[in-house]
Design a protein around this ligand. Structure first.
Ligand SMILES: Nc1ncnc2c1ncn2[C@@H]1O[C@H](COP(=O)(O)OP(=O)(O)O)[C@@H](O)[C@H]1O
Ligand SMILES: [Mg+2]
Length: 325
């Protein structure tokens, strides 16, 4: 009997299309690996859709039918980036239904999705992040800065709402752009350094490990256009000294552990003159074969179909299953 996997894509945030691409790639790789795949999409309005047909009326009505689907499969693979997906919402739904789910539980997902709380956790375990402040949209008009800053939503992804502000006149519009994605906004010091991503995976036997890091070559910000127009250039394995590679990998493993992540997570760093500075944590990173995480595992000898199969095998019911050490 093959393992039945429910792959969820789409979602109710700006990363809807990105999540469709991740889910499509995961689904077809699992099918080719012999898994029985059921694919569902969450529309932007929250309606769950299977093969073009709504599972029920609206968000709540179709969710009720989706719960029955979740109950019928062996494992859920929620390839939904951002709010109401990666933030732990889908992991929580599976936990309540006692169905094993790929990736982090709701706690780690929620913290990883919050760039401010991620800073607090990183700080507590001795990992540097960009100095910054979090403000609410109500404070937009009171803010002044006399240095270059990066303005971004506390909770978003795919670089939506992120602006590098080089001149004070741009600050207000950057804050308003960020406010389109979240009521809370981060204003950060600009970090100078190479951008290096580190993937971390917890296998079914509890082993936690990291494939070789990847370097992103972007002109200025790694913005939404550069992420998806094919212009981004990656080097994997990144060319790193042993000291830098060890420091980056250690920091990534420490963060994975501190948040209590599961499945796979991608920890993104700036490699500065003073060593690694954590930028952000992605608990459901981009998962097409061309995305950073699959490229890093490929560099470790784990091809894409094997990666997604291993993730399915690593699935647990969050909170019900003790972490294997
Ligand atoms: N403090 C910072 N200093 C310099 N560049 C930054 C800073 N914060 C973000 N960036 C740039 O903006 C990009 C997107 O920001 P990020 O926080 O990763 O948002 P997202 O979750 O949307 O990917 C980063 O990949 C990086 O290129
Ligand atoms: Mg990012």
């Amino acid at each position: 009997m093959s393992t039945n996997v429910l792959v969820i894509g789409g979602g109710q945030n700006a990363e809807h299309e990105v999540s469709l691409a991740s889910a499509a790639a995961v689904g077809s790789a699992l099918r080719s690996g012999g898994f029985a795949v059921t694919a569902v999409t969450i529309a932007r309005d929250g309606t769950w859709i299977q093969e073009g047909v709504a599972l029920g009326a609206g968000a709540a009505g179709s969710l009720a039918a989706a719960v029955a689907l979740i109950d019928r499969v062996d494992v859920v693979f929620p390839a939904v980036h951002g709010a109401l997906g990666e933030d732990g919402a889908l992991a929580a739904l599976c936990a309540l239904a006692h169905t094993p789910v790929v990736g982090s539980g709701s706690g780690a997902g929620a913290i990883g999705m919050d760039k401010w709380v991620t800073k607090l956790v990183a700080d507590a375990v001795g990992i540097r992040t960009a100095p910054g402040i979090a403000i609410s949209v109500d404070e937009i008009d009171d803010l002044e800065f006399d240095e270059d800053v990066v303005v971004k939503p506390v909770s978003a992804g795919s670089s939506y709402g992120v602006t590098l502000v080089r001149d004070a006149a741009q600050l207000r519009s950057a804050l308003r752009t960020a406010a389109e994605y979240d009521r809370r906004i981060l204003v950060e010091r600009v970090m100078r350094g190479r951008e290096i991503d580190v993937a971390v995976m917890r296998d079914a036997d509890g082993t936690v490990w990291a494939p070789p890091p990847l370097e992103i070559h972007a002109e200025g910000l790694f913005d939404t256009a550069a992420k998806y127009d094919g212009s981004a250039r990656f080097t994997v394995p990144a060319e790193l000294s042993d000291v830098d590679r060890r420091a980056l990998t250690e920091a990534a493993l420490t963060m994975f552990d501190a948040l209590g992540c599961a499945g796979v997570a991608r920890m993104d760093f700036f490699l500065t003159e003073d060593g690694p500075v954590l930028n952000e944590v992605n608990t459901m990173p981009g998962m097409t074969a061309a995305s950073q995480v699959p490229r890093m595992f490929q560099a470790a000898g784990v091809a894409y179909p094997e990666l997604v199969a291993r993730l399915v095998h690593s699935a647990v019911v969050p909170a019900l299953t003790p972490v294997v050490r």
